[in-house]
Each structure stands twice: as structure tokens, then as C-alpha cells.
Design a protein. Structure first.
Length: 285
């Protein structure tokens, strides 16, 4: 049975494989298709699409937006984005400027805590957008912290001493941006919003009204019960099922491409369903 993975990351954001390496790894893993969904960037898509042609594997161009809502931050995956969209590039340039300011604040906080790293150090570590994983890598490489877990728990995570909240775009802006470029918006890893099923359903219902079209039924950390609940939500609110591993490479070593933590399987029929929906709407695939 052919498997797919519609949620992955490369060095264009915070993954550890280049877009081409990621596509080749997907082929070696026996996947029929992969979506590259880097955080707040489409810079890796041309390379991934070219690699897909060479490797004989379907590549769905995507991205993942960090979005601010009334209940906190969540992530929206956009599938079939235009890899050369000026509108997206401009929006992501603005987002990157916000992120640059945040990174500088976190580097300053680390410096005050006695960890002397610089933006230049981070840029040397990153191939694309700088993020907290790059800070963690520098801290670990210099022996300033024991490992990634220590880096995030103590300093870079939400409760860390150097943490600075993201300045994300709003949910309304995110849906407008994705729809304006012909992309299909998918709610990523829904149970990271809340493990309370009533709260989760309330948020899914609200997002549906704003323009949500799909939801990740299949995800690395989902139990059988979680998957079953999200399936019911998808059916109840007429949302397209999607799924993927959220693969990043060695920064998330427990997550395997196409397999998540070992038990993930996203059937190719999920991709067929997404394509059929887009065809019915006159959208490109």
C-alpha cells in the first residue's frame, strides 16, 4: 500500500535535510508523495520540486504558518501553494523581519544569562530561516548545555529563561493569505491546541468559519483514539483529512519520515481526496 507524508521540513526553515535530500530520503523510504511545508517560507520549494522530478516522486508544494488566535498560537499548513508567489514571498519577508527581531532579543537574553552567542553564529548554523533549534545546536556544540532537551526546557522553550513570544500573524490574515494564492489550508497537529475534546471542537468550528478546509487526522503523536476523534470532527465539519509526520531530521530524532514515531501511515487515498476537492474547485494540482 503506497504511503505519503504531507507535513515535512527542510533546511529552508528548521529541518536538517536540504529540500533535495528530503525528497531523496522520501523515495528511499518508499513514499509515493511528500509535501514540503517549511515554516513561514517557500524558499525550498523549487529545489524540492526539481528533485521530485529527478527522483520520480510527487512533491506537493506547501508551507506552514505560525498563527495567533484568541486562545494562543497554532499552525496552519498550506498545500499547493505557488512556489513563486510574490504575495507569499512579501508576506514571509515581513514575518522573517519579526522573527529576526525576536531572535535578537533571545540572543541578548542568552548573553545576559552568560551564554555568549551571536546572530552571526546562528546564521552560520542555519541554511535558511533562523529559529530556536539553531540556537540549541550552538549551545550544545559549545558545551553550554547538555542536550536539546536541556536547551529548550531551561532556556529556549515557552517557560525558558531566554524565551521571547512570537509575533505571529492572525488567523484571519493566514486564511486570507493562503486563499489568495490558491492554497488549501489544513489545521496542523490539532491536539497541540488542546487535549480537551470540547475545547478542540470549539476551535475547529471557529476556524472552519474563517476558511479552514482540512485537518491533520493522521499525525505522529496521535493515538488510535485521537485519530478516531479527529476523523469524526473532519466528517462533522466537512473538512478534508490530511496527515504527516512533521519530520525535521535529527533535531527530532524520534520522528521518522512517513512513519512518525513508528506507527504512522498516511495512505495515498488521502492525497487523492485532496486532489479531487481541488479539481472540483478549479484549483491547480
Amino acid at each position: 500500500m503506497p504511503a505519503i507524508d504531507l507535513h515535512t521540513h527542510s533546511t529552508a526553515s528548521d529541518g536538517t535535510m536540504t529540500p533535495a535530500e528530503l525528497v531523496r530520503a522520501a523515495r528511499e523510504a518508499g513514499l509515493a508523495a511528500i509535501a514540503l511545508t517549511d515554516h513561514d517560507t517557500i524558499d525550498g520549494l523549487p529545489e524540492a520540486l526539481e528533485a521530485g522530478v529527478k527522483a520520480g516522486i510527487e512533491v506537493v508544494p506547501g508551507c506552514e504558518l505560525s498563527v495567533e488566535t484568541e486562545i494562543g498560537a497554532l499552525h496552519i499548513v498550506g498545500l499547493w501553494v505557488d512556489p513563486y508567489s510574490y504575495t507569499l514571498k512579501k508576506a514571509f519577508d515581513e514575518i522573517r523581519e519579526r522573527r529576526r527581531s525576536r531572535n535578537e532579543q533571545m540572543v541578548a537574553n542568552l548573553s545576559r544569562l552568560g551564554f555568549a552567542i551571536s546572530m552571526e553564529d546562528l546564521q552560520a548554523e542555519a541554511c535558511g530561516t533562523i529559529g530556536r533549534p539553531h540556537m540549541a545546536r550552538v549551545l550544545v556544540a559549545r558545551g553550554l548545555v547538555k542536550d536539546f532537551e536541556h536547551a529548550f526546557d531551561g532556556f529556549l522553550g515557552r517557560n525558558g529563561k531566554a524565551y521571547v513570544p512570537k509575533d505571529n500573524i492572525s488567523d484571519v490574515e493566514a486564511f486570507e493569505l493562503l486563499h489568495s494564492t490558491g492554497a488549501t489550508p489544513i489545521l496542523a497537529h490539532p491536539f497541540l491546541i488542546s487535549h480537551n475534546e470540547d475545547e478542540l471542537e470549539s476551535e475547529v468550528r471557529r476556524l472552519k468559519e474563517l476558511g479552514l478546509e482540512g485537518i491533520e487526522v493522521y499525525y505522529s503523536s496521535h493515538t488510535i483514539e485521537m485519530t478516531g476523534f479527529i476523523k469524526k470532527l473532519a466528517k462533522k465539519y466537512n473538512l478534508l483529512p490530511s496527515g504527516g509526520s512533521d519530520f525535521h531530521g535529527y533535531v527530532k530524532p524520534d520522528i521518522q519520515l512517513g512513519k512518525g514515531v513508528g506507527n504512522l501511515f498516511v495512505h495515498n487515498s488521502v492525497l487523492d481526496g485532496l486532489k479531487a476537492y481541488r479539481k472540483s474547485r478549479g484549483l491547480k494540482i
